[in-house]
Design a binder for this molecule. Sequence first.
Ligand code: MG
Length: 256
Amino acid sequence: MIIRKSPAEIEAMREAGRVSAKVLREVGKQVRPGVSTLELDEFAEALIRLEGGIPAFKGYGGFPGSICASVNEQIVHGIPSKGVVLKEGDIISIDTGAIVDGWVGDNAWTYPVGKVSPEKKHLLEVTEAAMWAGLDAARPGNRLGDIGHAVQSVAEAAGFSVVREYVGHGIGRDMHEDPNVPNYGRKHTGIRLEPGMVLAIEPMVNAGTHKTRVMPDGWLVCTRDGRPSAHFEKTVAITEDGPLILTTEEGHRRPV
Ligand code: MG
């Protein structure tokens, strides 16, 4: 069941979005060679709480961290660890969210660690562009498949692939609400997008095969071929006036 939000509820979600965005940006500034993903997690949790939020991920399905930290060929759901220390040339996908006044914000960004290879740099640029294309499609009159089609088109035009097994989602008082928001699809298919829907749009784009595998800890998801993967995400409300990004510190209405 899709829970549509009233304009007042969307307004209320902006604070969770603002905190989520600020934390993601500030954690991104801590990304450098020599830092462990556990240190990034501790930084994020402290800042979420300082901003009056609760880490949305901590304890979710038993997940131990306040961020997911996924390096290089790791796609999503990496558990922060003292033993995972970033080095020059890595890329790290950080996913984090905050709960404020019972509303959830969810966002992700992939950061380069120092100087990265041209392939990784291109992967980051394309995945971010795919996310913006998906966000731009989140408007009344479109259908769910238009979002996936927009994301997939950008990723595949660059020769990359989109992950199938993990998708975006509705979001509100729960982090994961209906509908699922695939990063692939056909134009003019799927449910109609209507004002009041709030979605987390989150392309996961792989340099090589789209195929994934779950690692033995039951959380971490990696590419099957070991090639790198990137992940960008924002929470967006569909309004009469178009997409309204909630995980932002500025409150700009239009993604493009
Ligand atoms: Mg999400």
